[in-house]
Design a protein around this ligand. Sequence first.
Ligand SMILES: Nc1ncnc2c1ncn2[C@@H]1O[C@H](COP(=O)(O)OP(=O)(O)OP(=O)(O)O)[C@@H](O)[C@H]1O
Ligand SMILES: [Mg+2]
Length: 335
Amino acid sequence: MSTIESLENKDLPTFIYELENEEMKPMIEIRGLAKSFGTFHALKGIDLTIAKGTVFGFVGPNGAGKSTTMSILATLLAPSEGYAKVDGFDVTKHPHEVRKRIGYMPDFFGVYDQFKTVEYLHFYGASYGIPKAEREALIPQLLELVNLSDKKEAYVDTLSRGMKQRLCLARCLVHDPDLLILDEPASGLDPRARIEMREILKELKSMGKTIIISSHILPELAEMVDEIGVIEHGSMVAVGNVSDIQMRLRVKRFLHIRLHDRLDEAEQFLRDRPYVNRLLRDENGLQIHFGGQDEEQSALLLELITAGFRVISFSEAQTNLEDVFLEITKGGGDI
Ligand SMILES: Nc1ncnc2c1ncn2[C@@H]1O[C@H](COP(=O)(O)OP(=O)(O)OP(=O)(O)O)[C@@H](O)[C@H]1O
Ligand SMILES: [Mg+2]
């Protein structure tokens, strides 16, 4: 039924409701997903929902289960238990529907010595059934997007690693998928190439793509993702938007205090105060691992001043994503 027909057969509120519901349908829905290799449990029952248009960062230490999850989403690996759906289609029951909608970039790149860059993209385009005339128009655009236009006649094997990564990304895009599953697209890239990769991903986000991207490079991920999920030993240990996760961990804050004088005395004074878990001295002043919240923090400053210490600055260091990651993955975590 066409959109017009469906509109004619329904009252407007129902039609709008259905349209909105369609948009609200998550791009990824994972429930109780488990994967075992023999007796080894690589995934231990994961739940995850990713809304359309989200850029989701998938974070975790080596062996946590990121690639396993992504391979299941890409229909390359069958789950042992639970299910994963892409745009409403179960990856096991409807793999063809899923494949039409996804672009998957694995964490390795095969050998294609017989292909030139442009031929490589034609090869993939043809395997998705895209007619030659369409490919002729599309491929230059893709090469432009990933900054490889000047390498179109180069043999794939002569490309640098960063160029191969970008070519691989272009390959994922030939069939204009809604979901990109990118397994460490920035690994092994130099800082400049990483920035370029990040810019390309930003552009893809602005085109409305949903992106799931795994990485170890957390501060970089924080800049471009809407949400992060932290996985460890096959279990999701935290999911949320970047600032929420940082907030939940701010119970462990770092304070930095600079004083005009009486540093030794202040050190002794602070050591005896509540919530001061650790105190370190550096060339600029005192660093405190503080267990209190805002109220206790302001009380501490007041105590210092009331005791006559001449405070130059009293500041809270921002926990960065690297700290968050270490905090969550240090063995179960406390969130
Ligand atoms: N085919 C397989 N056979 C046996 N064990 C496997 C297989 N594939 C993955 N594993 C194991 O499952 C666990 C999760 O691996 P996975 O590749 O998903 O981790 P990862 O989070 O992607 O790690 P990395 O950051 O190193 O890429 C690891 O312990 C790995 O050894
Ligand atoms: Mg991996």
